[in-house]
Ligand binder design. Structure first.
Ligand SMILES: [Zn+2]
Length: 267
């Protein structure tokens, strides 16, 4: 891929628990990708007084990590609510530490920073919209909620989750459609788990990245990314939905759901 002089940024957008942690970990093994996890939110966290001890996925603390220690040193005590300010500080620091060829991987769960990032003339923004099979998403949510609310029916939580899956993924797709992006792809969590090598090779070819011995740049601070920091774990598919019927009522209530699920996740 020709170097335009712009920072290439790979933004992974998804609903929570859709596999973005796993995807970002594996992307960090491709050269020249550098995973910063939920980057904008991480910068906001750095402005708190206790952030020096936060663990980074590279195995060091914030004050020891080459990147986050420099970010933290240059931050005022409180960044404020604007994620634009966070990214405006992060981008030049990223280029300074990792060089102009490095590609920033961001797994921020919110879509809002994309408007700002895609409007920056010094950035080329590629987006991966990661979507999990609605049946897996519903059952996973129902099982999580059951731990907090044992009396609540699984089918009820699963149906609520199905509605949110439709509403939020549709909002993401609509928003992406109107942005000046360098590229945009939809990837199913199922394909990532079942054919990880093919999916990662495809993504790498698309953005101009490939495996390189010894390369791993994972500096995620936020979320559950840290549990992947120990090495190249395999991708294990969460198949609990296959032994559950909790998603059945959602398919009755939203008859178009099987079609939408197939279109978004499997085609
Ligand atoms: Zn680090």
């Amino acid at each position: 891929m020709p170097n335009s002089g712009k920072l290439r940024l790979l933004y992974v957008i998804s609903l929570p628990h859709s596999g973005s942690t796993i995807l970002a970990h594996h992307l960090s093994l491709l050269h020249p990708l550098v995973n910063l996890g939920e980057a904008g939110y991480a910068v906001e966290r750095l402005s708190t007084s206790r952030s020096a001890a936060l663990p980074c996925a590279c195995g060091r603390s914030v004050e020891e990590c080459e990147f986050w220690s420099r970010m933290r040193d240059g931050l005022p005590r409180c960044i404020g609510p604007s994620s634009e300010d966070a990214y405006a500080r992060l981008i030049p620091e990223f280029r300074s530490v990792f060089g102009n060829q490095a590609i920033l991987v961001d797994t921020n769960k919110t879509s809002e920073p994309l408007r700002y990032l895609s409007s920056r003339p010094d950035c080329e923004v590629f987006v991966v919209h990661l979507i999990r099979d609605v049946r897996g998403a519903c059952v996973s949510e129902a099982l999580r909620k059951k731990l907090k609310h044992p009396a609540r029916a699984e089918w009820f939580t699963a149906t609520q989750a199905a509605f949110q899956w439709i509403r939020k993924n549709h909002a993401i797709a609509s928003m992406l459609h109107g942005l000046p992006l360098a590229g945009c792809r939809r990837i199913g969590y199922e394909a990532l788990c079942q054919r990880p090598q093919a999916v990662l090779e495809n993504l790498g070819a698309w953005i101009g990245a490939s495996p390189k011995p010894g390369w791993q740049e994972n500096h995620a601070l936020i979320g559950n990314q840290l549990k992947f920091s120990g090495g190249d774990r395999g991708i294990v598919y969460d198949a609990r939905w296959q032994s559950s019927r909790a998603f059945y009522p959602a398919f009755l209530l939203f008859p178009f759901l099987p079609w939408l699920n197939h279109r978004w996740v499997y085609s």
